[in-house]
Design a protein around this ligand. Structure first.
Ligand code: 26M
Length: 821
């Protein structure tokens, strides 16, 4: 290992070139004459993985042998994005790899473009998990990400005739060079069946679960390299397979064929990622997915403990901290109790103390329709023993509530793990809360609302368990990789330390009014806008002028995120330009991107609305001198890296109180966009950091939203009181944007006029007024540039390094474990 630079895993261009050539020969196996960039991609990826693997071996040895505590991040989603670029950055071998490839006649950028991104997440929650793995490794904290190896990730979105069309994301077809299959790391996971009471050898009454079905989980490990450190952690994703034989002892011959018949093929369990905002939830297979990965992960953790000689399961909370990323893995609370009580034969109280000391729970949404519950009957049929355990947890928990709040029957009903309204259900947020020593929200406002609304009763019982952990994003991917121009300018201006200490961006402040620096800043931004314009042209045929204001909204399409409010602004400008042929406005390019859940009717109409307005605007010579509208198809991590750095204006316009945090808002800010936004989620903190003079605030507050709803919101009143708004809705409804078709967009207009559950119309006037302020500010180029610089300079708080340091200090009690170089 001392002679590493001469070994097969050296970091110099010669060693990397030899690594590529070796893998082309021994791992790819194609005649030299037929080698294309994708083969060089795979060979380089494997060569890079080899180098991470050395670090991985050293990291495991250091953390496990020295007895350090390990963070286990349980998440049904990890939206990792392309790996090659960041891994080269983390290892410090971008230049060396480019040289090695050049010597082989290949271009690094072309090779990077060959990577198919693993889209194993829906959006914010899954991407957050990926940013956190990056920061854990960079901060040298031993960590394992546990999740599901979906064969099909989030669907690929195509736009046809303005409509979203879903294509399956077959991301594994060309193979995945980053993962290592571990067929020897495999666990059995039960399902259905019944529980059985018996007397053990020591004459103690015990319960065991006799599953009706069994499947097998196999681990696939992906290394997660820290930046400029030896620490390399791992993401373990579980893949479902059939057990070796279907002929389980529990089956009698009569059951056998029936069992095979109605058995879901075991492999289907990890087939496909579910959308998180599909209106029709409560799918049995989804429950099985959750239980499957949680059971494998907990078995793996207990197995690691067993392997550490002399470590009993009683030491679990000293050696492992398990974080539940939303309620998706919250069945872990019942599963760990089952493993400890039924299988390891601990008594209940001791097992419960271990469980609560082990788990932490992060809540990511307050939307009532998004809180996970399972129909009791389905739960009982699927996980009968776990339901019994949940009843016992609930019985003891409600005794505790009764003792704390005597005679408060309503409170007991509200807090129960079992919901009674509209058919009995298991409330997963309650299970996660009761089973965790730490519960957190993801932005200050969100945590506040959590403590006083959704989990208010729990907060009153255990205030000390609650806390805030404002989200963060990794500057390695979303600044250094995504914005090479800015990276270079930052390095030249304040030195390279910012990449691991983002607060140092503050050192830019003295340059905010410096004309030379301002010019360089604008040149970087213009280059990024030209780069995005090329991409948009290539993928949509729409031409955008990089000198225009780039006004961007990218995120999942959802009513609460209010993309339609943005469209109302565009249609207002269209209307004004058509009304007055002499009118001029500061030219703007509106860019949208985002996927709608396949079953979400209105979200899909909103996509159609954006594209319909875009088609009309982009082709009308009266307005296309001032306005363009582009919908970037298939928003994903890869094109996100082109989009965030190209923004002048970041649209963060959710109804106050509905967006838990947002993380795109942080990526825009770091890259020098100004925000137009409501007081929602982390926007509040973004405005605090940037300074209110560098943020375009509008809209009702969360309290006002609640007040308006309580008073009986009547959206039609806002239309009747505002002729311009009436005209704008009229244009959308009368076929102006749909070749005369008055039906297609009718549901969107009707919904706003009749219900408007997210107060689009109540905030319309304030939004227009804020957009006027944006246009006025844009007219002053030096002033805008100063505000842009201040936004980047003050974005340090939103590094995931800050967030992870807080989790480590306040919840996990895990310090740095440097791995010697
Ligand atoms: C489900 C059914 C119907 C409508 C909505 C949902 C639903 C909405 C949100 C289900 C789950 C949801 O939350 C998951 C999620 O991705 N939350 C996001 O987590 C990010 C990381 O913390 C935050 O930045 C986002 O604000 C939050 O929406």
């Amino acid at each position: 290992e001392q002679t590493r630079s001469h070994s097969r895993t050296g970091m110099d261009p010669d060693s990397i070139r030899r690594g590529i050539v070796d893998h082309l020969r021994y791992s790819i196996g194609r005649p030299a004459a037929t080698l294309r960039p994708e083969h060089y991609y795979r060979a380089l990826a494997l060569a890079v993985r080899d180098r991470m693997q050395d670090n991985r071996v050293a990291s495991t040895r250091t953390s496990l042998e020295l007895g350090h505590k390990v963070v286990c991040y349980f998440s049904a989603e990890f939206l990792m994005g392309p790996q090659l670029g960041v891994n080269l950055l983390d290892l410090g071998i971008e230049a060396a790899a480019a040289t090695a490839l050049a010597e082989l006649g290949q271009d690094l950028d072309e090779v990077l473009a060959c990577e198919e991104e693993p889209g194993l997440g829906n959006g914010g929650l899954g991407r957050l998990a990926a940013c956190y793995l990056d920061s854990l490794a960079t901060l040298e904290r031993p960590a394992i990400g546990y999740g599901i190896r979906y064969e099909y990730g989030i669907f690929d979105q195509e736009i046809r005739d303005g409509w979203q069309v879903e294509k399956t994301d077959n991301w594994l077809v060309a193979g995945n060079p980053w993962e290592i299959a571990k067929p020897d790391v495999s666990y059995r996971v039960g399902w259905r069946g019944y529980s059985e009471h018996y007397r053990d050898a020591g004459d103690v009454d015990r319960v065991r679960w006799v599953p009706g079905r069994v499947l097998r989980g196999v681990a696939y490990d992906t290394p997660v390299q820290g930046y400029d450190v030896r620490t390399c952690n791992v993401l373990t994703l579980w893949s479902a397979h059939a057990v070796d034989s279907f002929a389980l002892a529990a089956f009698n011959t009569g059951d056998y064929y029936k069992a095979v018949e109605d058995e879901v093929n075991s492999e289907t369990v990890t087939k496909v990622l579910y959308p998180n905002d599909e209106p029709e939830a409560g799918k049995r297979l989804r429950l099985l997915q959750q239980y499957f990965f949680v059971s494998c992960s907990l078995q793996h953790i207990l197995h690691i403990l067993d392997d550490l000689a002399g470590t009993s399961v009683r030491a679990l909370p000293e050696r492992f901290a398990v974080q539940l990323n939303d309620t998706h893995p919250s069945i872990a609370v019942a599963e760990l109790m089952r493993l400890l009580v039924d299988e390891r034969r601990l008594d209940w109280d001791e097992a419960w103390a271990i469980t609560v000391a082990t788990f932490g729970y992060t809540n990511h949404t307050l939307l009532p329709e998004a809180l996970e519950t399972w129909p009791l009957a389905m739960f009982d049929e699927s996980l009968p023993r776990h339901l019994e355990i949940i009843y016992e947890i609930n019985r003891r928990f409600l005794d505790e509530v009764r003792a704390a709040f005597p005679g408060d029957e309503a409170r007991l009903r509200r807090m129960s793990l079992i919901g009674e309204e509209g058919g009995k259900t298991v409330r997963m947020a309650h299970l996660a809360t009761v089973g965790s020593h730490a519960i957190n929200g993801v932005a200050a406002l969100h945590t506040e609302l959590l403590e006083h609304s959704v989990l208010a009763d729990f907060y009153q019982l255990w205030p000390e368990r609650f806390g805030n952990k404002t989200n963060g994003v990794t500057p390695r991917r979303f600044l250094a990789r995504a914005n090479p121009g800015l990276r270079e300018l930052l390095d030249a201006t304040i030195g390279p330390g910012w990449l691991t200490d983002l607060d140092r961006l503050r050192e830019l402040e003295p340059f905010a009014d410096d004309p030379t620096f301002q010019r360089q800043w604008r040149e970087v931004k213009r280059g990024n806008k030209a780069r995005l314009a090329r991409y948009v042209h290539e993928h949509t045929g729409i031409e955008l002028n990089p000198d225009w204001l780039f006004d961007i909204q990218v995120k999942r399409i959802h009513e609460y995120k209010r993309q339609h409010l943005n469209v109302l602004h565009i249609v207002t400008l269209y209307h004004r330009l058509k009304q007055d042929p002499d009118a001029t406005i500061a030219p703007r390019a509106f860019v949208f991107g985002g996927k709608a859940a396949p079953g979400y009717f209105l979200a899909k109409r909103i996509i159609k609305l954006i594209n319909a307005v875009g088609e009309r605007v982009n082709n009308d010579p009266d307005v296309n001198r001032f306005l363009r509208v582009a919908f970037v198809p298939n928003f994903n991590v890869q094109n996100a890296e082109l989009i965030y750095p190209a923004a002048d204006l970041s649209e963060q316009i959710s109804t106050a109180g509905k967006e838990a945090s947002g993380t795109g808002n942080m990526k825009f800010m770091m890259n020098g966009a100004l925000t137009i936004g409501t007081l929602d989620g982390a926007n509040v903190e973004i405005r605090d950091e940037a300074g209110p003079e560098n943020f375009f605030l509008f809209g009702r507050t969360a309290d006002e939203v609640e007040q308006i709803k309580r008073d009986g919101y009547r959206p039609a009143d806002y239309v009747d009181g505002n002729p311009e708004l009436a005209a704008v809705l009229g244009l959308i409804g009368d076929g102006t944007f749909t070749h005369g078709d008055t039906e297609v967009l009718r549901p969107v207009v009707d919904n706003l006029y009749r219900d408007d559950p997210f107060l689009v119309l109540a905030d319309y006037a304030a939004y227009l007024e804020a957009q006027e302020r944006v246009s006025a500010a844009w007219a002053d180029s030096a002033g805008w540039t100063r505000m842009s610089i201040y936004n980047s300079a003050r974005s340090g708080k939103f590094s995931s390094d800050r967030a992870i340091a807080e989790y480590c200090d306040d919840i996990w009690d895990v310090g740095p474990v440097p791995v010697p170089k």
